[in-house]
Ligand binder design. Structure first.
Ligand SMILES: *[C@@H]1O[C@H](CO)[C@@H](O)[C@H](O)[C@H]1NC(C)=O
Ligand SMILES: *[C@@H]1O[C@H](CO)[C@@H](O)[C@H](O)[C@H]1NC(C)=O
Length: 433
């Protein structure tokens, strides 16, 4: 590539420039030009001296001499030179010797643009902004302002700009704003829903984001508080007294049922008697039998036969007829134990008595011999051979009865009468279950 030296740029000027210099005197006879120029009497101008011709050996060695206004250059032979247009000398009036057009100023041997905006050489209004151009300047309004007369007036962009929710005009600009619960989208115009649940919404338990807002909800067993955020435990036990058979215990978010001692929970609300005799948790001693009752157990003597009775099998005693004292006593006593719940609805069949020995032609009668002084029971005969013990009153427990139920067998033909006794222990439990 060929090297190109543009004189407006290179710093190789040997002699000082003569731009702007005017002849020192104005007389025809004596005129002095600055260095590198000579007075031309014909054109009455200072004329550039071609030093390359007048100075012998102006450039040494391989350097080539290039004449230039007011001086000359020594440049490599390969260089080509682009010269600025020859300045006219002189220039009219007081700018007579400036070689640059209006709006430019000479710097060295070149003309550079004058920045009227920086130098304060403009006449822009305070509301206007000065923009420098090549050789001139313009007064413009900045973005967001309209030129009305000489003033720049703020444009109300909200009158024609689209904001999804709200537009706020500000000097020179505008902005879109969103309603609470929304945030400005990336396009700065639309509003998108804020997911408050992800942003730490104050829901105590469950948070549901909705368009523009959010909702708090509570887990099962809790009620939303009046503030809409907190969750309060529901006292399920206060709702109904039928939730639990025995006792309801409120717990955070739920409830549970408990049973009294001697019972265990069956399912969620029912109480079931614990059979201590079967589970082996009873404390009955040797020689005692365990009798399970509602809510507990009893220990009874395995052998309850008292003289003159003798034990013939478990729970059964007989009075041998050979013993004279046995003539007026029931022939046999059978021991039975049963447990009923408290406040049982009445009348209620609770025990059936059945004759075990059947004599043809005989008939049997049943009655309560002792233990029912309060009249809580009666006997309903079913037929010759059986009768039902009926509870007549709702009795509250805990309570214990020992009833002697007697069966009398009469055979008129044989003039024979015998009786046997059933000693029934009835334990009324403390609860209705
Ligand atoms: C939205 O506004 C912000 C801040 O003012 C700006 O950085 C961004 O470029 C704008 N986006 C659009 C799409 O205009
Ligand atoms: C039941 O009693 C009647 C008399 O009232 C008698 O005729 C009948 O034989 C008896 N039946 C039995 C099975 O004892």
């Amino acid at each position: 590539m060929k090297e190109a030296y543009v004189l407006l740029c290179v710093g190789l000027v040997v002699f000082p420039a003569a731009y702007g210099q005017s002849p020192v005197a104005e007389s025809d006879t004596y005129t002095e030009c600055t260095d590198g120029y000579e007075w031309d009497t014909q054109t009455r101008n200072c004329k550039d001296i071609n030093e390359c011709e007048t100075i012998i050996g102006a450039c040494q060695g391989e350097m080539k001499c290039f004449n230039h206004y007011g001086g000359y250059l020594c440049l490599p032979r390969s260089a080509s030179v682009i010269t600025a247009p020859e300045p006219t000398q002189p220039v009219e009036s007081n700018e007579a010797f400036s070689p640059c057009p209006v709006g430019y100023e000479a710097q060295g041997e070149s003309c550079i643009d004058v920045d009227e905006c920086v130098l304060g050489l403009h006449d822009c209004q305070p509301s206007q902004e000065c923009f420098n151009t090549q050789g001139a300047f313009t007064c413009q309004c900045t973005e967001g302002y309209n030129k009305i007369g000489v003033e720049c007036v703020d444009i109300d962009e909200c009158r024609y700009r689209f904001c999804q929710h709200r537009c706020v005009n500000v000097p020179g600009s505008y902005s879109c704003q969103c309603e609470p619960g929304f945030q400005l989208a990336a396009n700065n115009r639309s509003c998108v829903d804020v997911n408050e649940c992800d942003m730490g919404a104050p829901c105590q338990q469950r948070c549901y984001n909705t368009y523009g807002t959010f909702l708090c909800r509570c887990d099962q067993g809790y009620d939303l508080g009046p503030d809409g955020f907190s969750c309060n435990d529901i006292d399920e036990c206060s709702y109904s007294s039928y939730l639990c058979q025995f006792q309801c215990v409120n717990e955070p978010g739920k409830f549970s049922c408990v049973c009294p001692e001697g019972y265990q929970l069956q399912g969620t609300r029912l109480c079931q008697d614990v059979n201590e005799c079967e589970s082996g948790s009873h404390q009955c001693a040797e020689g005692q039998s365990c009798v399970n009752v509602h809510g507990g157990y009893h220990c009874v003597a395995s052998n309850r036969c008292q003289d003159p009775y003798v034990q013939v099998s478990e729970n059964r005693c007989i009075c041998p007829t050979v013993k004279p004292e046995c003539r007026e006593l029931p022939f046999s006593i059978v021991f039975r134990y049963m447990s009923i719940t408290s406040e049982r609805s009445v009348p209620s069949d609770i025990f059936q008595i059945q004759a075990t020995s059947i004599y043809p032609g005989a008939y049997n009668t049943f009655h309560i011999r002792s233990g029912d002084e309060g009249g809580d029971f009666y006997i309903r005969q079913i037929n010759n051979l059986s009768a039902m013990l009926v509870l007549a009153r709702a009795v509250p427990g805990p309570k214990e009865y020992v009833l002697d139920l007697e069966m009398v067998s009469i055979n008129p033909q044989m003039n024979y009468k015998s009786s046997s006794s059933l000693r029934l222990s009835i334990y009324v439990g403390p609860y209705a279950f």
